[in-house]
Ligand binder design. Structure first.
Ligand SMILES: [Zn+2]
Length: 474
């Protein structure tokens, strides 16, 4: 199988799900699946899409335009020649988003022969999580950091950097930092909720703070310059570039042949990180870009560290702990001969500022939100219980389809099935309990919604339910 063919089969589980859209109630409030905001429609208009409803157009866009693929193309075209040639060969490497609740990307071979190609799989949940977490961090970041990241990003996308523009950007970012101070706790809370939902359910949907009034202005809009979310979108870009480069590192370093068997898994991961950092240092178009590329790496690793903390694990899957990877990143910045004196100083300064900010946000939620411990289970159960208590199911019916509109993660199927099995069992003991009946009705509403879609999600869900029933029986 060629890498492209392999990717196509893996992608079959990923699409905008009609069944999820049909579930969204009218006037659901928070959701914009059915009634997208005007700026999203304007954004759709900027792509060359066939006429149709916005849902149909969005589906075409998702099919035609894989963001992981375009990020890859951008990264690869800057790499030095022999490496670039290998990675640009479409018969050898394919890249794309897949439905998965993992955070790290992965590389696999598309077949068993030694000359088969490679496929880089980027989990859609992790990809979205990186964006929302970067945005929330930039809303709370010191202006020196947001300014550096916005300037590097803007220069890269070819935005002319006049003196007036730079002054305006700086002024706005400093003003934002002054006024946003009291709202930092809000960002910290939103960040915590975002990560908890991801760890428990495998879903990443836009935090409320980003859905209400904090939408990023379009590229053509002057209001974008110096908007804190401008920095957020560029930080997302730098973090994703590091993710992709890390996976390229595995391919280029041949971590699939017999030689890789000699290395410790942790050492292999450190080597891929190191390779990615070297490529950032060597092939970044400007010094500023290089510095921000390293900050992007720190951001991605700090998100990974946060997931590990919530999962109570020392490492995510095959990768060594993020804390150790961050340590290696700092060592690289301190000692790499590829960085000049001032580059080293600035990168060090920005990275440590970012890490300090991330840990102070974490410390805030650890200190002030002990009630979050009760959410440790998951946001789905909480929403389910609240809907049963308040007897209003609008929030539930609006939120759940939004979580699963692009893919229904296995973790989510599992949580849903466990809830169903538990509720059915309790109901057998107390058949007249109205609240339990209501609870089951809501759960079955999601089950029926998934079934009506006749997609592969149905199989995942059936399997999960069977497993949950078996486990409960023991
Ligand atoms: Zn890796």
């Amino acid at each position: 199988m060629t890498p492209t063919e392999y990717l196509r089969t893996r992608k079959q589980t990923l699409d905008m799900m009609d069944w999820a859209l049909k579930l969204v109630p009218r006037g659901g409030g928070g959701s914009y699946l059915k009634n997208p905001p005007a700026d999203l429609i304007r954004q759709l208009d900027t792509f060359d899409l066939p006429p149709g409803s916005h849902v149909e157009r969005l589906k075409v866009l998702i099919e035609k335009h894989d963001p992981a693929q375009s990020c890859y193309e951008e990264v690869v075209k800057r790499l030095p020649s022999p490496i670039r040639d290998k990675l640009e060969d479409e018969t050898q490497v394919a890249v794309g988003l897949v439905h998965d609740a993992e955070f790290n990307g992965s590389v696999i071979r598309s077949g068993r022969n030694p000359d088969d190609g490679h496929v880089i799989l980027v989990p859609v949940g992790g990809y979205m999580l990186t964006a929302y977490a970067s945005e929330l961090c930039m809303l709370a970041a010191p202006p020196m950091l947001t300014l550096a990241i916005s300037e590097a990003g803007a220069a890269y996308v070819g935005q002319a950097q006049t003196r007036t523009m730079r002054l305006a950007r700086g002024e706005r970012l400093f003003r934002w930092a002054r006024t946003a101070g009291p709202r930092r706790s809000e960002m910290a809370e939103a960040l915590e909720l975002l990560f908890r939902r991801y760890v428990a359910l495998g879903v990443a949907d836009p935090p409320d703070i980003l859905r209400t009034g904090m939408r990023i202005p379009l590229v053509t809009d002057q209001a974008r310059i110096g908007h804190p979310l401008e920095a957020g979108s560029y930080l997302t870009h730098f973090a994703r570039e590091f993710l992709i480069l890390h996976e390229c590192g595995h391919i280029i370093l041949g971590h699939f042949g017999p030689s890789s068997l000699q290395g410790e898994p942790a050492e292999i991961e450190f080597a891929a990180d190191r390779w990615a950092l070297e490529m950032i240092a060597e092939s970044s178009p400007t010094k500023q870009y290089k510095m921000c590329g390293l900050v992007g790496a720190a951001a991605l690793l700090s998100f990974s560290a946060r997931i590990e903390k919530l999962e109570n694990s020392q490492s995510t899957g095959t990768h060594p702990s993020a804390a150790r990877r961050i340590q290696r990143l700092l060592d690289f910045v301190r000692t790499s001969p590829r960085l000049g004196f001032w580059e080293r100083m600035r990168a060090w300064n920005c990275i440590t500022k970012f890490l300090q900010m991330a840990s102070s946000m974490q410390a805030y939620t650890d200190r002030n939100m002990p009630s979050f411990q009760s959410l440790r289970g998951n946001a789905f159960t909480w929403l389910l219980d609240t809907s049963c208590e308040t007897q209003g199911d609008l929030a539930f019916k609006d939120q759940v389809p939004r979580w699963v509109s692009q893919a229904i993660p296995e973790r989510f199927c599992m949580v849903l099935s466990v809830e169903r099995v538990c509720t059915e069992r309790r109901l057998r003991q107390a058949p007249d309990d109205i609240r339990l009946r209501r609870r089951l009705e809501l759960i079955l509403w999601v089950f029926e919604g998934v079934k009506s879609g006749h997609s592969r999600a149905e199989i995942f869900l059936d399997e999960a339910y069977e497993m949950a029933s078996r486990t409960a029986a023991h």
